[in-house]
Design a binder for this molecule. Structure first.
Ligand code: RIB
Ligand code: CA
Length: 312
């Protein structure tokens, strides 16, 4: 029985690879819908990019929904400096022809959680948590019906990538993150601590490029473009594939290691706004609310990713 998921996303090259990985594995994952949110680039572009990727995957029947165009309480911060002005710079891909669903993403999330049997739908946020938190805020009854939230966001040992203390997805909408982390839903977190171990080194990128068909080549072009920022900033040997770790966790959780700890979100101090305050060492009596990942079998991750992308 395939696991039912909703992917909430702000594509972004790494979001795109995550969506491709999910759509390449229908025996394991049933993508009920893809909900676009403002983040890496404004909503109009994340919505367009989500459809570009569905068509690249050969899955134009995927339901794509338009979501929130700005954070709950702050103005939007975008990341064209990382993802390029289109949010999907790198490969040259055709404009999408598949439709956008009429229903708003937040209403889709609420309706799906209320109509599917309780505990059978997993939410996979890959960007700012605005859509998810708005749904929880508008329909408090749905949080307990969520099977699991598996999200990319936050950082502890790795500290911030957009400020000295905050990771981008959480920083863009800290109030939304606070609502999600206090929702009581089971949460698995893929922070920078683990995603910075998923680097697209040259051999790994060459493996994408060597795949038959257009998808592998497009992925290689995306990660070639996307690595500039991290290479300059961290001197890393390639792009950290942040968002695909969420989908890989659903497919092969044994690739990951982490701890079930308390994680709270800074929402008042501008100095540390959006920091995920992770009690990794258990120095407080705060209730654990999230499984916070720190280790990854990177070779196993890239073998999974390459094998699955090859299917498209
Ligand atoms: O900080 C990395 C995260 O921010 C990734 O999800 C990337 O796509 C951007 O949204
Ligand atoms: Ca993202």
């Amino acid at each position: 029985m395939a696991r039912k998921i909703i992917i909430d996303t702000d594509p972004g090259q790494d979001d795109a690879v995550a969506i491709l990985l999910a759509l390449s594995s229908p025996e394991a994952l049933e993508v009920l819908g893809i909900t676009a949110v403002a983040g890496n680039v404004p909503l109009a572009l994340t919505l367009k990019n989500a459809r570009i990727i569905c068509e690249l995957a050969g899955k134009p029947d995927t339901k794509v929904f338009s979501g929130c165009d700005c954070p709950m309480a702050r103005s939007l911060v975008t990341a064209e400096y990382v993802h390029g002005k289109t949010g999907l710079d790198g490969p040259v891909l055709p404009d999408p022809v598949m439709p956008v669903q009429d229903q708003h993403a937040v209403d889709f999330i609420i309706e799906t959680l209320r109509t599917e049997p309780s505990g059978t739908v997993t939410l996979c946020p890959l960007g700012p948590l605005t859509n998810i938190a708005t749904a929880f805020d508008r329909a408090p009854d749905i949080a307990e019906r969520v099977q699991e939230i598996v999200l990319m966001g936050g950082a502890y040992f790795e500290v911030g990538n957009v400020t000295p203390t905050a990771e981008f997805n959480i920083y863009v909408d800290p109030q939304a993150a606070d609502i999600v982390f206090k929702s009581g839903a089971p949460i698995a977190v893929m922070p920078l601590d683990v995603t910075h171990k998923a680097l697209v080194t040259k051999p790994r990128n060459d493996a994408f490029r060597a795949l038959p068909g257009p998808v592998g080549h497009a992925v290689a072009e995306m990660t070639d473009f996307f690595e500039r920022f991290d290479r300059e900033k961290y001197g890393s040997e390639g792009a950290p594939l942040h968002d695909p770790t969420v989908i890989a966790y659903l497919l092969q959780p044994e690739l990951f290691k982490g701890r079930h700890i308390n994680v709270e979100i800074e929402t008042t101090s501008e100095l540390t706004m959006g920091m995920t305050v992770a009690d990794w060492w258990g120095v407080t009596d705060r209730t654990p609310n999230a499984t916070f990942m720190r280790d990854l079998d990177a070779d196993g991750f890239f073998t999974l990713l390459t094998d699955r992308i090859a299917r498209l």
